[in-house]
Design a protein around this ligand. Sequence first.
Ligand code: NAD
Length: 350
Amino acid sequence: MKAARIIKTKEPLEIKDVNIPNPKGDQVLVKVESAGVCHSDLHLWDGGYAGPQGVFMKVEDRGVKFPLTPGHEVAGTIDEMGESVTGFSKGDKVLVYPWIGEGTCPACRVGEENICDGPRSLGIYQDGGYSEMVLVPSYKYLVKLHGLDLNSSASLACSGLTAYTAVKKTESHPGQMVVVIGAGGLGLMAVQLAKATTNARIAIVDIDEKKLAEAKRLGADEIINSAAGDPVKSVKEVTDGLGAETVIDFVNNGKTAPNSLNMLRKRGRLVMVGLFGGSLELNLPLVPLRAFTLTGAYTGKFADLVELVALARMNKIQSLVSRKFTLDQANTALEELKAGKIIGRSVINP
Ligand code: NAD
């Protein structure tokens, strides 16, 4: 089978012929119909993240090994199954939960494999979906799609799930203001999910007018272009000078993070999601004086993916797929995302 693989970071992915895995026990071989292209694939391709004071945090120091087939947003058809698989049949259309843990750490034991101490996520620590087939370690990581479109569903596994977790973590109440920083694949999901689940007012902040327009179409109430003015001032203007109860920062770099903190109301809650990197200087007296909460969110748990698929079946989530690429075009797909040319999400159809 063909797979687009990162052989060496920062160098073009290579289309390789690799052996088709033979599923055993609980394992399932899924024929990839659609693989979402996430900004995290760019960080992986780059080999890491910008840390504080110009330090580069290498993914290889965090357990990633190359060569690797990326792709953690996978929807497809069951092709083969190990002898112990139950409840699924060959030909079933499924979404793959990629945030696989080692199963015994405290997080795994409470169903939060996404923040496992020894993660084995597909497309990051094991081969993923930029491939004709993907081997899923157990049928328990599959969600049946029941007729949902495979291209629209693929991104639920990361951008949808991460946005859903972040929106839940804001603990927003009706009438409050939630500010979403970054109207990319994740931010546009968050706008829709905040709309569907919170009854909060939604402000979106980005530097790209086209992405802001898409956020407005999907239900954002306030549109703020941070390239055209101070986003803190704009948020204060629409919150009677007080600031927003909650902010989700899907960029989370040295530029956005200080603004995200400064646009929070007293007792506010900032959820940091983006991996653009850098650092944040904290004014320490302000932490108690303004009594805000700062938290991180990393993808989401399996149970939340099941809820998300149910929301999609209730037509609460519009498709964000704006471009489709073949496996041979994997490098173009990544380059276009890097250049900021993708509105919403693109997918690879192997
Ligand atoms: P994307 O490329 O689709 O979108 C990024 C958006 O941020 C774009 O709309 C861009 O215009 C906007 N942006 C860039 N700089 C900005 C700035 N200074 N101010 C305002 N907006 C700005 O990316 P994505 O796939 O949505 O991912 C976003 C980030 O989240 C990436 O760093 C990705 O790796 C990370 N991520 C984190 C998790 C997690 O679990 N924590 C999961 C998936 C992705």
